[in-house]
Design a protein around this ligand. Structure first.
Ligand code: 4GO
Length: 285
């Protein structure tokens, strides 16, 4: 059982999403709970405000420390005495990036508090007092922490035993060997003239397995070369990877030879553009 507490200005967003699909089923089965807590309920401002102008000036508004810290203390009370200071995560682009490895570590917790900011963020003193860990789901900026919190809940919850059905839990293996997934096919056998790879229809289990592993290796090399060094491969698979690399570098050399003339022409063109732009800049400047 794992309890998620989500501190947010938009509790409906959290509830709407976590009621559906596999996460909704896990809630019904009592494997997880998701409790959305409205930060606005804790403001002492008589107009129910939770934000104010940033000291030092600048665009936008900042969430005040008071409602956030008071809300957090209240949530700590809700979590019971199971943990002294429940692990609290502030979703922000400044955080450490969420990975499968981090998700596995988070899945061991009994409870997690997720703090969602809005506007230009939260007064730093609240984050300091809470001792929040900052986590980012990727290098891009969003208008609020709710979507990242939901991403984190989904990613962590599916690692909790029983959340995925027996069949689905095999999916946890994904990323396990640091390889990308192999391609999947379902009926019909031919769609828009495209056939399912012959081997998948053969019924030969060992060959299918071998083909899938090789597809995973090839995909990882082509799409995520940064992961291939970490891949867990058998001796035969290492050899396959080596041959694959050889083949690709040969193909690249050939392409370069053919492309050399083109590249030269291109370079010339770039230079032309450059001088044109410089001339324009000088006449304008
Ligand atoms: C998290 C929060 C992006 C992420 C956010 C991320 N944007 N990449 N925006 O995980 C404080 C105010 C942060 C809006 C929030």
């Amino acid at each position: 059982m794992m309890d998620f507490y989500v501190m947010t200005l938009f509790p409906e967003m959290i509830e709407a999403w976590t009621d559906g699909s596999i996460i909704g089923r896990a809630k019904k089965n009592g494997l997880i709970s998701v409790n959305a807590v409205n930060i606005r309920d804790y403001t002492e401002n008589k107009h129910q405000r939770v934000d104010d102008y940033p000291y030092g000036g600048g665009a936008g508004m900042v969430m005040q420390a008071q409602p956030v810290f008071d809300c957090w203390k209240a949530v700590c009370g809700m979590t019971g005495k199971r943990a002294e200071r429940p692990r609290t995560i502030y979703l922000s682009p400044q955080g450490k990036q969420l990975t499968q490895e981090m998700a596995l570590s988070l899945a061991k917790e009994e409870e997690l508090i997720l703090l969602c900011g809005h506007y230009e963020g939260i007064d730093e003193r609240a984050l300091e007092l809470i001792g929040a860990e900052e986590v980012s789901i990727g290098d891009y900026v969003l208008t609020g922490g709710e979507l990242p919190a939901l991403v984190l809940i989904d990613c962590v919850a599916r690692l909790i035993p029983g959340v995925l059905g027996g069949d689905e839990s095999a999916l946890i293996e994904s990323f396990h060997d640091n390889l990308l997934e192999y391609p999947q096919y379902t009926r019909p056998e031919v769609y828009e003239g495209l056939s399912v790879p012959e081997i998948l229809l053969s019924g030969h289990h060992a060959n299918v397995e071998k083909w899938r592993r090789r597809q995973s290796i090839e995909r990882t090399l082509l799409r995520r070369p940064d992961l291939i060094g970490e891949a867990v491969l058998s001796k035969k698979e290492q050899r396959f990877l080596w041959e694959l690399k050889e083949r690709l570098s040969k193909e690249e050399d050939e392409a370069n030879e053919n492309g050399e003339c083109e590249a030269k022409a291109c370079e010339g063109l770039e230079e032309e553009k450059q001088t044109e732009a410089e001339a324009k800049f000088q006449t304008e400047g």
